[in-house]
Design a binder for this molecule. Structure first.
Ligand SMILES: [Zn+2]
Length: 415
């Protein structure tokens, strides 16, 4: 018989039982007592809550400042000035880029993120140097986190004449074509989008566009993206990130655009910004748009001092902004951070997080430390993780010994 992993006394969405894992996938969740076979590995979660592991739909690993340096921000008058400021500030951290990216990945993992879409800066100045590093990290972290790389012309695809560099990035292995503000930055919506879709077609890649353009300019850009997507047969392969404009126009228009986005399977990534309008997530989700939450900023960077690598914290921010106090709506936030469910079913990859919390709303409110983060049934991070991610790793992980009233949380340090 195939060797199995039995995780006993797991709280799966309110039911206590044994999670049985075979070959990295969930074989079964059994509420009755399961007798382990001689070959089976057994670990007791002692009532810890299981949450499906998290996906960060939009993050940068090449923008964080060193945590030991405070870089003062000064007000800027336009997004183009912001681009320039960031470029100058980042140049001063050049020698620490790998260390900072690794630190960010470890922090994301410790927070329960096992899948991430990473946008990588590319322009004629820095060339493909960031991409080379990220391709290496993607490989180094492959057993712990599934990383997708977006070739991202931060300074504008047309504006910075980055098209040949993006083409080379796709040849080198970037997974998606990126872009930014076809109107506000590139000053030519059609040509900018056309270039992105051409590049995607040439290399059979997907698209993920940063869209900060406001109001109807943003709406117009999304309409054009829908047209191009349909023409190019790219249904289900196009993402719009941010889409602030959807938070600034009439809700009737958003609902209509949302149903068109759902029809074309164009998904939306939002970082739940605090300094600008944001798309109305509940309305878009109701229209059938696949929404994903994203950190975007993981620490101190040129854009914000308020970044954080914890996607659960973004979920909490969304619930706070929406003023969702009831269990049902608080629990609904998890669908935008993971595979869409609060439970793992037979056949699912065993990607999950164990925390000391009573249920999903409690976890969202308290932001408990992630005790164990598992990918394909193997521990890959978390407070109990012992630094090993192989078949024997479970033998070395201490089982929780204290009584379950010890709930650590965001406020745990202050009690
Ligand atoms: Zn971004």
């Amino acid at each position: 018989m195939e060797k199995r992993l039995l995780i006993q006394q797991v709280n799966m969405n309110g039911r206590i039982g044994t999670l049985i894992i075979e070959k990295g996938r969930v074989a079964k969740f059994d509420s009755s007592e399961v007798a382990p076979g001689l070959e089976d590995s057994v670990w007791n979660a002692r009532g810890m809550l299981l949450l499906p592991a998290f996906r960060d739909a939009h993050v940068h690993l090449d923008k964080a400042f060193p945590p030991d340096r405070w870089i003062s921000r000064t007000p800027v008058s336009s997004i183009l000035d912001q681009f320039q400021l960031e470029k100058e500030l980042l140049a001063s951290c050049k020698n620490r880029r790998k260390e900072l990216a690794v630190r960010t990945l470890e922090a994301m993992l410790a927070a329960g993120t096992v899948e991430a879409r990473v946008h990588v800066d590319i322009d004629p100045d820095i060339g493909l140097s960031h991409l080379e590093l990220m391709l290496q990290l993607k490989e180094d972290f492959a057993s712990r986190m599934a990383i997708e790389l977006v070739a991202f012309p931060q300074q504008g695809l047309l504006r910075s004449q980055s098209t040949p560099y993006i083409r080379e990035a796709l040849r080198m292995g970037a997974d998606l074509v990126g872009g930014v503000d076809p109107a506000g930055v590139d000053r030519h919506v059609e040509l900018s989008l056309h270039t992105m879709f051409e590049l995607a077609a040439e290399f059979d890649k997907r698209i993920d566009l940063h869209l900060h353009d406001p109001g109807h300019l943003g709406v117009y850009t999304i309409e054009k993206m829908l047209e191009y997507s349909a023409e190019a047969g790219m249904k289900g392969k196009v993402t719009v990130s941010h889409a602030y404009g959807l938070g600034e126009v009439d809700t009737g228009l958003v609902a209509e655009l949302g149903s068109r986005m759902a029809g074309e399977e164009m998904d939306l990534a939002t970082s739940v910004p605090i300094d600008t309008a944001m798309p109305p997530v509940p309305l878009l989700a109701k229209q059938g748009v696949k929404v994903s939450l994203a950190t975007d900023h993981t620490g101190l960077d040129a854009w914000t001092p308020y970044g954080h690598p914890d996607i659960l914290r973004r979920g909490r921010l969304l619930a706070e902004k929406q003023v969702w106090n009831d269990d049902l709506r608080m629990a609904s936030v998890f669908q935008w951070m993971s595979n869409g469910s609060l439970e793992l079913k037979a056949g699912d990859t065993a990607d999950f997080v164990l925390v000391h919390a009573l249920n999903a709303p409690h976890a969202l409110a308290a932001l408990p430390r992630r005790q164990l983060v598992c990918k394909a049934g193997l521990p890959v991070a978390g407070a109990l993780w012992q630094g090993k991610s192989n078949d024997n790793a479970w033998n070395n992980i201490p089982e929780r010994s204290e009584s379950p009233d010890e709930y650590d949380s965001l406020f745990g340090d202050y009690r």
